[in-house]
Design a protein around this ligand. Sequence first.
Ligand code: ADP
Ligand code: NI
Length: 219
Amino acid sequence: MDRELVVRKTADFVRQKLGGEGTGHDMWHAQRVHETAVSIAKGEKGADLYVVQLASLLHDIADHKFTKDDKAGQRMAEAFLKKQGVDDKTVAHVSYIINNISFSGAAEKPKLKTKEAMIVQDADRLDAMGAIGIARAFAYGGYKGRTLHNPVKPSDYGSFADYKKANALDATTINHFYEKLLLLKGKMNTETGRKIAADRHTFMEDYLDQFYAEWDGRK
Ligand code: ADP
Ligand code: NI
């Protein structure tokens, strides 16, 4: 089976399934994660590029936030890959990655078992950082009807936990930076991922400085 052809067909399948939905989990997310995962894989020794490509393209094929069944994506991906004649070992590995890389469940999940899973997880997390990550966060906030920001600053409190408690009813998109986006830099699995994350992190910090300055009319 021609691997390049399978990757192309997988990209087409994902494009057709995900389309351009507006909350940041569209086909373009899959495509960006694919590009970034390939870049990371090239910087890391010994990664199976075929598995990385298939898993990055398919990783959000049915996101659990938007479907009730959290195994749906895995099943859809497996069925599709089998139909393309992909070997069982590759199908099982891709399925493992899809099932294990999501951020939300990460606290209870054991460390990822394969280099390919680590690469795809890094690429997925990187898409929540930097300029794209900021765009996705505000798109998601808009979808949920959230306010952009509440001018009470985390730094007005002793800790972010205190700030959160005091502002519990006001989940803003800026809050999401402190809850997730600014923590991602410390969660990278690969050296190449860490380098890209460092850049994107600095960009988000600069963005927040500018955001607060504009909010207060200082700039
Ligand atoms: P992943 O693509 O890793 O599965 P999620 O499904 O958790 O990520 O989130 C998808 C996108 O929506 C990410 O860019 C994330 O930062 C953003 N997002 C998730 N929850 C929130 C929130 N409460 N406020 C703003 N953005 C959010
Ligand atoms: Ni994703």
